[in-house]
Ligand binder design. Structure first.
Ligand code: ZN
Length: 201
């Protein structure tokens, strides 16, 4: 999920035609990778992802890389399908890297409780430059596994509740665009089509 107040659309490298099994991006020293974020229009963003079954060092490295990639894009949440991996795995940090304790990994997450309502502007790293009002619950409890496979339950409110919903939506192939009014959604889709024609998407 994009940070609350993003003024300029982020510039990402163009999405390439590479199979989903090969994560793309810039490999940094120490073996860390900033992944390229897949943009709206890629088919895998709109299909459900598969359960995480192996909680090994490779998965933990992937989580570390997802945090790095999310911070590089100034996001507060990133789901594995957004870097081309159809896995039920997301990372969230509503402090955008300011508070190490705010880092959350949710693997195979389920929402167990929702309460209240909030309507705020929302954006997505896969739909850079576009935002819209989305109605979400004010409190959300999630049951998930961490990067070691340990099951935990966590309650979030406000932005964290919104991030839980947004990131879990990604794992089900749902984008925030689907929560907008039809008018607003069509407007954004039309603009993206134009950008794509111009080679700017
Ligand atoms: Zn998103």
């Amino acid at each position: 999920m994009a940070k609350a107040k993003d003024t300029e659309p982020r510039v990402h490298p163009k999405p390439q035609e590479v199979p989903a099994e090969e994560p793309r991006g810039i490999v940094l020293p120490e073996g860390k990778t900033i992944h390229t974020i897949v943009k709206y229009g890629a088919e895998l963003l709109e299909r459900p992802s598969k359960a995480v079954t192996k909680f090994d060092d490779e998965l933990r490295q992937l989580c570390a890389d997802m945090f790095i990639s999310m911070y590089a894009a100034s996001g507060v949440g990133l789901a594995a399908p957004q870097i081309g991996l159809p896995l039920r795995l997301s990372v969230i940090d509503t402090s955008v890297g300011k508070n190490p304790e705010a880092k959350i990994v949710i693997a195979n997450p389920e929402i167990t409780h929702m309460e209240g309502e909030q309507r705020e502007e929302e954006g997505c790293l896969s739909v850079p430059g576009f935002r819209g009002n989305v109605l979400r619950p004010l409190f959300v409890t999630v049951r998930a596994q961490d990067a070691y496979g340990e099951t935990f339950e966590m309650r979030g409110e406000n932005l964290l509740a919104r991030a839980f919903c947004h990131e879990i939506d990604h794992l089900n192939g749902v984008l925030f665009l689907q929560h907008l009014s039809m008018l607003k959604r069509d407007l954004i889709k039309r603009r993206i089509r134009k950008l794509r024609k111009a080679g700017e998407w």
